[in-house]
Write a protein that binds this ligand. Structure first.
Ligand code: GRF
Length: 187
């Protein structure tokens, strides 16, 4: 059984999707053994509802070292699912090849510092992009720069707004996140 730790900062719908995929058997031989949040958020409540060990480590300068203390050695995969803090490079090095993130755009476009949440969707609309989508990628010390595991796109329509894009991207995320985790585990 593979052990997954999920890091969240927000509503945690992607965490929910992962939990549901494990429950339905879409993701096999894996369990979410720990959920960590960097702030009070609904993602943490979802972990509690599923009786999963959960820890709140308030964001700040010692965050990454505190993370290291609570994430056990037998962790097979660390998943960032709507996680907003930047992890220190030592932490990324330590867990190299075992941390993945979901990003609400088609990386390498619309990634990097400040490119999170609605900022991403606004930038996509402003740039008059023909496509947007979501990307699951490895986490390295460069923000949104790690190798891509899975990506899926859709056409941006003329009447799309940042809000409609956000909703469409979320659905793409729910589709590709379990697939990317399966791919990571070689399932
Ligand atoms: C997702 O759009 C993800 O790409 C981004 O933050 C959002 C998290 O949503 N990094 P949720 O908390 O999983 O609902």
């Amino acid at each position: 059984m593979k052990n997954i730790t999920v890091l969240v900062s927000g509503s945690g719908t992607n965490l929910q999707r992962i939990l549901d995929s494990i429950e339905s058997g879409e993701i096999q031989n894996a369990q979410v053994s720990l959920v960590i949040a960097d702030r009070e958020c609904y993602g943490l409540e979802r972990a509690k509802n599923h009786h999963i060990k959960n820890i709140l480590i308030p964001r700040g300068k010692n965050f990454s070292s505190q993370l290291n203390e609570v994430i056990s050695e037998n962790t097979d995969l660390i998943v960032l699912a709507g996680f907003l803090s930047i992890l220190k490079s030592e932490f990324c090095e330590n867990w190299k090849g075992k941390i993945i993130n979901i990003h609400p755009a088609l990386l390498p476009k619309f990634g990097g510092k400040g490119m999170w949440g609605m900022n991403v969707h606004r930038a996509v609309i402003e740039a008059k992009e023909k496509e947007s989508g979501a990307t699951v990628h490895f986490v390295t010390s460069g923000i949104d720069e790690g190798d891509i595991i899975l990506q899926k796109s859709f056409d941006v329509m003329e009447n799309d707004t940042p809000e409609t894009l956000a909703e469409k991207v979320h659905h793409i995320e729910y589709e590709i996140f379990p697939k990317a985790i399966n791919k990571f585990f070689g399932n």
